[in-house]
Design a protein around this ligand. Structure first.
Ligand code: TXA
Ligand code: MG
Length: 320
């Protein structure tokens, strides 16, 4: 069973040996390995049961380090990095030869970011290599937002979980690539489109909703609970489903109906950041509870709400 602790040196020692360590970030916990060590990276894919065509994000500690890993930093990308790093933004940039093809699944572009978590920044600063890290969940399941989530599912297959508490953002980073100099948003995430556009001007959205394997993080069905999960108008959903023990995930209000056995509220005060922070924890709790099915409503479709609704939609997609 993995050790859960706050010892950066111990975590670093495992990583230097090519072993896996779960790391806290402000978005979700990552399953980290030395990004320059192909064997270590291979074990990420094995432990997650992740297909090799799904590339990994590379985490670095500061802007000075990035020059070793990319061969071009377009001006607009630099501007975004300066504004949002450390933070919940992943940039797709042309990779240098140091980054193994395995990390990028053969793509010439590497997804790279500086996470905003003091423990992980300290860990990265103590290492001579960057960390490749997908979210620390089995492929296709809900991302972990605290150390216990990681231990519950991957505790037997990894050495160490660096305990950085609850994630402060709670959904994954926004992923942006570039076409010429136009930013293209490939995954909605912790930094909203509005915030991006304030810095970069209008962006293009290329959010894959299909089963296209080029960007598997965008698979139509993802973040999937084991229980049947439905999304939409709660009143309609609850009237449709003939169960006596539905679990309900609502945005801010308690929901009354005869066939509800439990109701989780994302943010009683209608705070969209709180809703994001609570989303994956509540989805897990609902999945592990006694309820028969889970019905979730969408949150207001603005700002961070777009990314939250994206996750709810994909969680429901496995039974569409
Ligand atoms: O917030 C996050 O981004 C978290 C934390 C741990 O940093 N990481 C995360 O990783 O969500 P993951 O692997 O669960 O999702 C990253 C997605 C992949 O599924 C893939 O679609 C996309 O990012 N991606 C990564 N590298 C890419 C690349 N070189 N080209 C295109 N897409 C890439
Ligand atoms: Mg993931």
């Amino acid at each position: 069973m993995a050790i859960i602790g706050k010892n950066i040196q111990e975590a670093g020692t495992f990583l230097k040996e090519g072993k896996l360590v779960a790391i806290p970030t402000e978005t979700v916990y990552g399953l980290a390995a030395n990004a320059l060590d192909e064997d270590a990276v291979l074990s990420i894919f094995e432990v997650k049961k992740r297909p090799h065509f799904d590339p990994l994000i590379v985490h670095i500690a500061n802007m000075a380090d990035i020059k070793d890993y990319i061969i071009d930093f377009p001006e607009i990308a630099l501007k975004l990095a300066e504004k949002f790093w450390p933070g919940s933004l992943t940039l797709l940039l042309p990779k240098s030869r140091l980054i193994p093809d395995l990390v990028t699944a053969g793509s010439k572009f590497v997804g790279i970011r500086i996470p905003n978590h003091s423990l992980t920044l300290e860990l990265l600063n103590s290492l001579q290599f960057p960390l490749a890290a997908p979210s620390a969940n089995p492929f296709g399941y809900i991302s972990p937002t605290n150390p216990q989530h990681v231990a519950d599912q991957l505790g037997d297959s990894i050495e160490y979980i660096l305990d950085g508490g609850e994630c402060s953002v709670g959904i994954e980073s926004t992923i942006i690539g570039f076409e010429e100099d136009l930013p293209v948003v490939m995954r909605l995430g912790g930094i909203s489109i509005d915030e991006i556009e304030k810095v970069a001007g209008p962006v293009k959205l290329q959010l894959n909703q299909s089963s296209d394997p080029i960007a598997p993080g965008q698979l139509k069905s993802h973040y999937s609970p084991k229980k049947d999960f439905f999304a939409g108008d709660l009143e309609i959903l609850l009237a449709e489903k003939s169960v006596s023990n539905a679990g309900v995930i609502s945005f801010s209000k308690k929901y009354e109906a005869e066939n509800i056995s439990q109701n989780w509220i994302l943010s009683p005060s209608e705070d969209i950041h709180e809703a994001a922070r609570n989303l994956f924890r509540i989805m897990r709790e609902a999945d592990e509870s006694e309820v028969g099915i889970i019905c979730a409503e969408y949150v207001p479709e603005e700002g961070l709400g777009l990314a939250i609704n994206d996750r709810i939609r994909r969680a429901a997609a496995n039974i569409d």
